[in-house]
Design a protein. Structure first.
Length: 308
């Protein structure tokens, strides 16, 4: 047998039988680990970046949320997240790319123009830039605007199809459009969550025709009532969770059996690997807790690979 095995590599052959467990594990086997980025820790570094990185690089003035067990652009195995800050008076050059992007506005007020529709960015908004749509963004206010960027960048480590193109001018011609298919203000989302009964409410962001926000990434918002918790859930989708408002904790049990407890408050962000069991708790007896999350459920659904 030994002699036989030794002779295989020179013919670019390898035996499956002694690697079967690695190829077909008994449960999903994420490389990503659960991890939380406290906003109180990240904000001073983001503010320093705002001073050090010039306007010409405003598009790239982002602190990537790097999973501790993976290289960038991995926040989870399939989703990238980053914190972006745009200073007053800045605009980022217009461009388009294959990657799908959504952003959750954390603080301040700015704008994003997508295919000529210039939308305001306000705290709590979800704004998407679909694949290959011209977009630019900026800040016409007197305070920095900060958002959480969420993109499907890790997919392009496998499908090598990603690229970007700069627009010939700095700005793509645009006209103001408060309402558009690409902006989802917080108000209606909160109303929808509050209209549901029970300890825990869940809302899936949808396009006008009732589909997830993209073919790869979807967004959801959750409300946990004061002093209550969600039930335990398990999904082959991975998640980047972000606390919009409130204070609580989430217990995450990974498929390998590790348990992590993250104590979160407003603006904290945490990564949940695939097939983890998760349960959210609102630690306040008086205030609601609101979480938003990006997930790769649409991709898994379209591929027929999802289990919940
Ligand atoms: Fe972009």
């Amino acid at each position: 047998m030994e002699q036989y095995l030794a002779g295989l590599p020179s013919k670019n052959l390898k035996p499956l039988w002694n690697r079967m467990n690695a190829m077909v594990p008994p449960s999903p086997n994420p490389t990503a680990k659960p991890y939380m980025w406290k906003y109180s820790t990240s904000l001073p570094d983001l503010e320093t970046a705002a001073r050090l990185v010039p306007e010409e690089q405003a598009e790239r003035r982002v602190l990537m949320l790097v999973n501790p067990s993976m290289p960038p652009p991995h926040t989870t195995d399939t989703i990238y997240g980053g914190l972006q800050i745009v200073n007053p008076g800045e605009t980022a050059p217009a461009h388009r790319h294959i990657a799908f992007a959504c952003r959750f506005i954390m603080d301040g007020e700015g704008f994003t123009a997508v295919e000529g529709k210039k939308m305001p960015l306000k705290r709590g908004d979800v704004v998407v830039t679909p694949t290959w749509h011209w977009h630019d963004h900026g800040n016409e206010s007197d305070k920095p605007v900060i958002w959480l960027d969420m993109l499907n960048l890790p997919l392009f480590t496998y499908a090598r199809v990603h690229f970007a193109e700069g627009y010939a001018e700095k700005r793509y011609p645009s006209t103001p459009a408060d309402v558009s298919d690409w902006r989802h203000p917080w108000g209606p989302v909160e109303s929808e969550l509050r209209s549901q009964s029970g300890d825990h409410a869940l809302y899936h962001y949808k396009t006008k025709d009732g589909k997830p926000l993209s073919t790869t990434l979807g967004m959801q918002a959750e409300l946990i009532s004061p002093g209550k918790s969600s039930s335990v859930s398990q999904d082959s989708s991975s998640f980047i969770y972000h606390c919009y408002e409130g204070k609580g904790h989430t217990v995450i049990e990974t498929p390998s059996g590790e348990t992590h407890t993250f104590n979160w408050e407003s603006r904290d962000t945490f990564a949940v690997p695939t097939w983890s069991k998760i349960q959210h708790f609102n630690d306040s007896d008086k205030e609601e807790a609101y979480l938003v999350a990006v997930n790769d459920g649409p991709l898994l659904d379209l591929l027929g690979l999802r289990l919940q």
